[in-house]
Design a protein around this ligand. Sequence first.
Ligand SMILES: Nc1ncnc2c1ncn2[C@@H]1O[C@H](COP(=O)(O)OP(=O)(O)OP(=O)(O)O)[C@@H](O)[C@H]1O
Ligand SMILES: O=c1[nH]c(=O)c2[nH+]cn([C@@H]3O[C@H](COP(=O)(O)O)[C@@H](O)[C@H]3O)c2[nH]1
Ligand SMILES: NC(=O)CC[C@H](N)C(=O)O
Ligand SMILES: [Mg+2]
Length: 520
Amino acid sequence: MTETAHDRLLIIDFGSQVTQLIARRLRELNVYCEIHPYQNVTMDFVRQFAPKAVIFSGGPDSVTREGSPRVPQEIFDYGVPILGICYGQQVMMHQLGGTVLSGHGTAEFGRAYVTPSDERIDLLGGWFLENKEQVWMSHGDHVSVIAPGFKVYGTSPNAPFAITADLDRHFYAVQFHPEVHHTPNGKTLYENFVRIAGFAGDWTMGAYREQMVEKIRTDVGDKKVICALSGGVDSSVAAALIHEAIGDQLTCVFVDHGLLRKNEAQEVVGMFRDNMNLQVIHADETELFLGELEGQSDPETKRKIIGKLFIDVFQKYADGIEGAEFLAQGTLYPDVIESVSFSGGPSVTIKSHHNVGGLPEKMGLKLIEPLRELFKDEVRALGRELGLPDSFIGRHPFPGPGLAIRCPGEITRNKLNILREADAIYLDQIRKHGLYDDIWQAFVAILPVRTVGVMGDGRTYDYACALRAVTSVDGMTADYYPFSHEFLGETATRIINEVKGINRCTYDITSKPPGTIEWE
Ligand SMILES: Nc1ncnc2c1ncn2[C@@H]1O[C@H](COP(=O)(O)OP(=O)(O)OP(=O)(O)O)[C@@H](O)[C@H]1O
Ligand SMILES: O=c1[nH]c(=O)c2[nH+]cn([C@@H]3O[C@H](COP(=O)(O)O)[C@@H](O)[C@H]3O)c2[nH]1
Ligand SMILES: NC(=O)CC[C@H](N)C(=O)O
Ligand SMILES: [Mg+2]
């Protein structure tokens, strides 16, 4: 749990697929909230968290099943407004004396329409302007008897108790999901709820910045902090924030593993050292990384070598910084949620994303994670607030192992040079056509295959490359970007004409799943 001076809202997670969206909607309303799995929510926890309001999420279980999830009964005497959504509504009704049934004929999946009762309540301000409201349903169980003290304020064909409330106690319960896109007016419902609960809407990036700067100063005191700086959005924003708090007590280590894009090292180091006055160690470890990778062609072996070298290198530089007691990382809120995820069963390893993951334990350092509470778009907003240039904030994500995973099979310096040139032209094309910000990530992969071509009446036998560009929200799923044929033709021509060593160009139209974004 994080200490903050803001009004706080507690979301109790029963494992809905869309619980994170509740948090998104609330953050958009400048309300500070945290998601906690129901198993962790004891009354002691609630008192310590001191929420101004509570939301119960949806979930896959059925309250009719013995042993299914519950909230502590005393939470209903805690005296703050509560909103129950779907499973959360059912659990509220059940625990307060209503009845929930599993039965045929009452399931609703997808779009439904709710009509209002005669009495309009504050929760529904801005709703029912046309006497009905589109909502998104996803339930098999239904409430058959509402709990004492509740009244009905909205009905759908299969959910006679679609919206109910106990106005005296400020308990609200809805069968549908107001957090999803397909409940078009859902955000208004949250807005009304937090207004009823008296939230000041004080969660802004300006306030966050001030508060975090204070917290970092107190935590660090006169000790030193090191930060693994990649030039990516997360570590850049974390470094800028910590620098504002403790200035020279921060040292950043930027590892140049020889697997960076064209001009990347100069841009990153230049930006932080010259424009932001940060102490940046430019660790040129090209020989070390490329040496160890020589002759290796298995994707996981390559990743493991790089992961280990990152740690070795980091350790080497940290040892040289006297008094370093803290390690800063750019962990984001989705990373935190994933690690305490409700349905966190054993999943298969598709690939090892680790970079500098094992560092803190090995080095005996304390962690500083000033972005732990933020979503990626909030991190970008904070970066703007801190004065980082847009060119840095809007950057596409770039993986820690860099070009190594865009060069399937064995890596050679020659292939890396060809790849860097082709990639630079591709990105130049994307920028020139004004497409950079519409794309989540774009890059070239050099393929481990050579093909025959004819150029200037001569025979060529050179590498083929693949262009990749995807749209995505979080990198977990992705679709290929629908470039025009004209754009693709022009770009292929430029790459083949301008890059010595490539004579064929393809466009990768695989989505994720079944593909992954990177080629390895
Ligand atoms: N070349 C590098 N030098 C130093 N640290 C690195 C390097 N590459 C990656 N890291 C570390 O690994 C972490 C995770 O990398 P990741 O790519 O997920 O985040 P990011 O680079 O900060 O942001 P983005 O997701 O926008 O690329 C980084 O925050 C950084 O601490
Ligand atoms: O920091 C990182 N270290 C890694 O080892 C790594 N592997 C993939 N990626 C990035 O993660 C996102 C999803 O990539 P995949 O679909 O290829 O798994 C995409 O944004 C990838 O660029 C990495 N990032
Ligand atoms: N989406 C939900 O919360 C579903 C709740 C419960 N599992 C049902 O089917 O009714
Ligand atoms: Mg990165």
